[in-house]
Design a protein around this ligand. Structure first.
Ligand SMILES: [Zn+2]
Ligand SMILES: [Zn+2]
Length: 351
């Protein structure tokens, strides 16, 4: 089969790799649609280490091709969505309801339960081996297309989760820093959670426009104004919740600066290097701030719930899929996605 293989920094290639076979408790799906994540760009650039030879990608939609022993309720040909994170459903983290942190305290391979395109072969291929399939194959309702569900595997699950982890309450004011695909979903998530007023911070014109479509009331361009001053004014003293969706020092500390005393910083960004908490932004430790972090929740129940949100028309992720490529053109797709040219938000990849 064809797969997107990581060979080293700035070196990925489409090539022939062995087709996986399903062992006990596993399934093989034939990928019908996948996409590229910002995290894949970190891998491509050598900023997040994975083993050379690995097939990358972690956002799979497909059809069941082969079922291993021990699975029930599925048949070959079923259309399924699989989350980017594949919890086992049995370990301490899973049974404590932490669907992103599978395996913690139990000899983990990586932080959290992220395996596809990280510790095992991933989804940018013709076929994908799904571990712990009973906990991870979410059947797609007939009414939903692949395009309507592919972004639920990671970005919508992650973005919504940033709003959920912050415990947004009805009437809260929320600010979301950065409106990339995950930030846009965090904006949509804030609205779904009951925010009365959402401010997004972004300077890219395409993303600013999409931000309004996803539910932002005001979009501030950090190149045009002092966003902290402006947000304090708009929220009369500070936001209840600030969501960080970029992963850099500047936005992290600006999130803190935008909060009212007692507010919550919900961090979605993936950081590299040192992250500091300046004493002034942290109100010298007496601001009663909460800082929470989130990794994408996975598992079939999470996917079922997200698909219901699309089916009930509460959320439409399809405007975020801006470009289409075949699997053979994936290197080109990485180039476009990485350069943010032509208003690209997410690319649809069809094997
Ligand atoms: Zn991702
Ligand atoms: Zn687990």
């Amino acid at each position: 089969m064809k797969g997107t293989v990581f060979h080293g920094p700035n070196n990925i290639r489409i090539e022939e790799v062995p087709r996986p076979r399903a062992g006990a408790g596993e399934a093989v799906i034939r990928i019908t649609l996948t996409t590229i994540c910002g995290t894949d760009l970190h891998i491509l650039r050598g900023e997040y280490p994975v083993k050379p030879g690995l097939v990358i990608g972690h956002e799979p939609v497909g059809v069941i091709e082969e079922l291993g022993e021990g699975l029930s309720g599925y048949k070959t040909g079923d259309r399924v969505l699989v989350g980017a994170i594949t919890p086992c459903g049995q370990c301490r983290a899973c049974l404590s309801g932490q669907w992103a942190q599978c395996g913690h305290g139990d000899g983990v391979e990586a932080i959290g339960g992220w395996r596809f395109g990280n510790t095992i072969d991933g989804a940018q291929a013709e076929y994908l081996l799904v571990p712990n399939a009973q906990a991870n194959l979410a059947k797609i309702p007939d009414q939903l297309t692949d395009e309507q569900v592919v972004l639920l595997a990671d970005i919508a699950s992650t973005g919504f989760s940033g709003a959920e982890s912050a415990n947004i309450r009805i009437g809260d004011t929320v600010v979301v820093f950065a409106q990339g695909p995950i930030g846009l979903c965090a904006t949509a998530g804030a609205k779904l959670m009951g925010a009365s007023f959402t401010v997004a911070v972004e300077s890219d014109p395409v993303r600013m426009k999409m931000s309004k479509r996803m539910g932002a009331d005001v979009v501030l361009d950090p190149k045009q104004c002092d966003v902290v001053v402006k947000i304090k004014k708009l929220t009369r003293g500070g936001a209840d919740v600030a969501i960080e969706a970029l992963g850099i020092q500047e936005t992290f500390e600006n999130c803190l600066r935008c909060l009212r005393p007692g507010g919550t910083l919900s961090s979605l960004g993936v950081y590299s290097g040192k992250l500091q908490v300046p004493y002034d932004a942290f109100a010298a430790g007496i601001g009663d701030y909460k800082i929470v972090t989130t990794l994408c929740p996975g598992g079939k129940e999470r996917m079922r719930r997200l698909m219901l949100m699309v089916q009930s028309k509460r959320f439409d992720p399809t405007p975020l899929l801006t470009h289409k490529f075949s699997l053979d053109q994936i290197v080109e797709a990485y180039d476009l996605f990485g350069s943010r040219r032509n208003g690209v938000l997410k690319v649809a990849i069809r094997p």
